[in-house]
Design a protein around this ligand. Structure first.
Ligand SMILES: Nc1ncnc2c1ncn2[C@@H]1O[C@H](COP(=O)(O)OP(=O)(O)O)[C@@H](O)[C@H]1O
Ligand SMILES: [Mg+2]
Length: 202
């Protein structure tokens, strides 16, 4: 097997409690455990891994463009603290003509928009709970849905915004929850019929 120079690409941004200095880059810290684990595993399998860090600055994008790698192991989930940017980072790698692991920009974009993904599932005959999307008083799409419902931000992942209180059994609870989603995430609220039962993760 050829020994590859593999860039372990990850994102880093200021910690919430860190004081940000205008014009300065976030301080260097050792990468998170999962990033280090990927690095170690690649090394163990005979490759030559190097860390490539995106710290939310243009400089780090230029460094990435100049980095010499056969492959980038893409662990980027956000840029400058904005977790909707993973799709643009993949797009940047595509633009640079770099080989990288994981989904491309269009796949990441589709996965980010839960309502759009559900419309595509439905078109292909894959069952997904009936839903509605509401953004600042406007209904953008609606099935005839019944309570109880679960309300989520339309563009988050990792169960963000789906804690206690997401399941609503009345109009009052629903209105309050939609308001919370708008205030907290500034994204459409996705209202889905609540499906009772055990969860299977595929
Ligand atoms: N329609 C639903 N009915 C019942 N539980 C749900 C429903 N939608 C989401 N959940 C629960 O909330 C969790 C997170 O929702 P999900 O849509 O998978 O968001 P994420 O993109 O954050 O993973 C699910 O794993 C499941 O436990
Ligand atoms: Mg999920």
């Amino acid at each position: 097997m050829a020994k590859l120079r593999i860039g372990v690409l990850y994102d880093y941004w200021w910690d919430d409690d860190e004081e940000r200095v205008e014009g300065e880059r976030p301080k260097k810290k050792s990468p998170e455990e999962d990033v280090q684990a990927v690095y170690e595993a690649l090394k163990k399998s005979g490759h030559n891994p190097v860390f490539v860090r995106l710290d939310g600055t243009a400089e780090s994008l230029i460094e990435l463009a100049r980095s010499q790698t056969d492959l980038l192991f893409n662990l980027v989930e956000s840029f400058a603290g904005d977790d909707s940017q993973d799709t643009n980072i993949a797009g940047y790698l595509e633009l640079l003509g770099r080989r990288f692991t994981g989904a491309g920009s269009s796949g990441l974009y589709l996965a980010q928009d839960k309502a759009l993904a559900k419309k595509i599932f439905t078109f292909h005959g894959i069952h997904t709970p009936y839903f509605s999307t509401v953004y600042r008083g406007r209904t953008e799409h609606s099935h005839d849905i019944k309570f109880p419902v679960i309300v989520k931000p339309a563009r988050e992942d990792g169960s963000i915004g789906i804690q206690f209180g997401a399941v609503c059994g009345s109009i009052k609870e629903l209105m309050e929850r939609i308001d919370y989603i708008h205030a907290e995430f500034d994204t459409p609220a996705l209202i889905e019929e609540y499906i009772e039962g055990r969860e299977l993760y595929v």
